[in-house]
Ligand binder design. Structure first.
Ligand code: UD1
Ligand code: MG
Length: 448
């Protein structure tokens, strides 16, 4: 436990009416993860002692998503959404006896930087507010300063024309010692234009008691909230741009960064090369020095050092490529380990399989892994050679240094070093092609 334990309360009970969706707003995806996960990641970066998520609309789904990403979260239900002050107060009983600082974040504001929140955590003011200079202050609450202190926050709905002219706005992030926060909140009423309990009212109340208040200022980008499909799309663009910039700074080579789409958890090692037009789904790791060639789609896959994937490859969950493996064009790999230096270069489906080191899989090979009810495994040893267009009817095992003839339908295990031929024998009928064609032409001409 750190010297000054921190608790973070994430407000995620609101409906998000402007999203025009049945799903809770905080579950909408950003980088293919619920936006709430991004806020949880930022919260976890501060290593708080406690994280409390206030849920309301679609409560069970929001709680489940929070717990999936961060099993230690504590869930609090706000059955009626009576305002941000009411939402934080709902977390009071859960944090009863917690003596450290409490920081409030919004589940729909995913871009606040951990460094900004560290500045909030480290503020010695009784109440710290995260503010920003708004290009268009619009609906935001305004910070009314008194020298360095924040005298109060006025919501746009309640503001005078002079107050509306103020451009220093409230992000919504607040921090204060827990006991003080809940004490101030108990004095907040709802006599205002919205009829809501405003969290922002704690600032004026604190000043009235002679307590200290301060604003921490961050760039407006960080306070971007998501309230509508258009804002969600804009936020996705921001997420992608940030991810690309971070990876380039980490030494990843990207030939056309704007055409590469990342997930929230994509890991790419230094010195890896990403060609244009790639989509990364969740759970992908690309190691140092690997190359992902153009027009490939990867999810749940691990690509080791020196491996080359694509162009036009698809790696599905459980694709595990060892060093220097090669997956070429129009190849799909699912739940399969591809051994070091093994090659599957053209037009193949490899599912529920193990391929040993140095094995070559010829064009058009298919692991027939599904019998309509169950999935079965294909095991291929090391340095084997699978002839083009081999159907591997699983469960089946091909031994080390074994070979299958092109066009074989392999239904039985092939021992180490053996050659398997499983196809019809070729028969040549001399002259028959010419005779047959002549006859067909005659038929067409009505002479037949
Ligand atoms: C709030 C601030 C405003 C600030 C703005 C920044 C107040 C009174 N106003 O206004 O000063 O400029 O954010 O975006 O705090 N929520 C709940 N339960 C509730 C109400 C809200 O969980 O009962 C959650 C919402 O889901 C949302 C967040 O709290 O994630 C903020 O609520 P919202 O209604 O968007 O507040 P604003 O009116 O935008
Ligand atoms: Mg809002």
């Amino acid at each position: 436990m750190p010297d000054n334990p921190l608790a973070i309360v994430i407000l995620a009970a609101g409906k998000g009416t402007r999203m025009d969706s049945d799903m809770a707003k905080v579950l909408h995806p950003l980088g293919q993860a619920p936006m709430l996960w991004h806020v949880l990641d930022t919260a976890m970066a501060l290593e708080p002692a406690r994280i409390v998520v206030v849920v309301g609309h679609d409560a069970d789904a929001v709680a489940a998503a929070a717990e999936e990403h961060c099993p230690a979260v504590e869930i609090v239900r706000q059955d009626e959404q009576l305002g941000t002050g009411h939402a934080v107060r709902t977390a009071g009983p859960t944090l009863d006896g917690f003596e450290g600082r409490v920081m409030v974040l919004y589940g729909d504001t995913p871009f606040v930087a951990p460094e900004t929140l560290e500045a909030m955590r480290d503020s010695t003011a009784d109440v710290a507010i995260l503010g920003f200079e708004a290009a268009e202050p619009g609906r935001y609450g305004r910070l009314i300063l008194d020298g360095e202190a924040v005298d109060r926050i006025v919501e746009a709905k309640d503001a005078s024309p002079e107050e509306l002219a103020i451009t220093l706005c409230n992000s919504g992030v607040v921090s204060a010692p827990g006991p003080l926060l809940f004490d101030l909140l108990s004095a907040v009423g709802n006599d205002n234009a919205a009829g809501e309990y405003y969290l922002t009212d704690i600032v004026g109340l604190a000043r009235g008691r002679g307590l200290s208040t301060a604003a921490v200022i961050c760039p407006e980008d960080e306070t971007r909230g998501i309230n509508s499909p258009a804002e969600l799309a804009a936020a996705e663009a921001v997420f992608q741009a940030r991810t690309r910039a971070r990876l380039v700074a980490d030494g990843v080579t990207m030939l056309a960064p704007d055409t590469v789409h990342f997930a929230f958890d994509t890991h790419v090692g230094r010195g890896a090369v990403l060609e244009p037009y790639l989509v990364f789904g969740p759970g992908v790791t690309v190691e140092t020095g690997a190359t992902i060639r153009a027009f490939s789609h990867l999810e749940g896959a691990h690509v080791s050092q020196g491996a080359i994937v694509g162009p036009y490859a698809r790696l599905r969950p459980g694709a595990e490529l060892a060093e220097d493996a090669r997956i070429g064009n129009f190849v799909e790999v699912k739940a399969a380990e591809i051994g070091a230096g093994a090659k599957v270069n053209h037009l193949s489906y490899i599912g529920d399989a193990t391929i040993g080191a140095g094995t070559n899989v010829g064009a058009g090979t298919v692991t027939c892994n599904y019998d309509g009810v169950m999935k079965h495994r294909t095991e291929i040893g090391e340095r084997a050679f699978i002839g083009s267009n081999t159907m591997l009817v699983a469960p089946v095992r091909i031994g080390d240094e074994a070979l299958t003839a092109s066009g074989s339908v392999i239904t039985e295990d092939v021992p180490d070093g053996a050659l398997a031929v499983a196809r019809g024998r070729q028969v040549n009928k001399p002259g028959l092609a010419r005779r047959l064609m002549a006859r067909l032409r005659d038929i067409k001409a009505g002479k037949g």
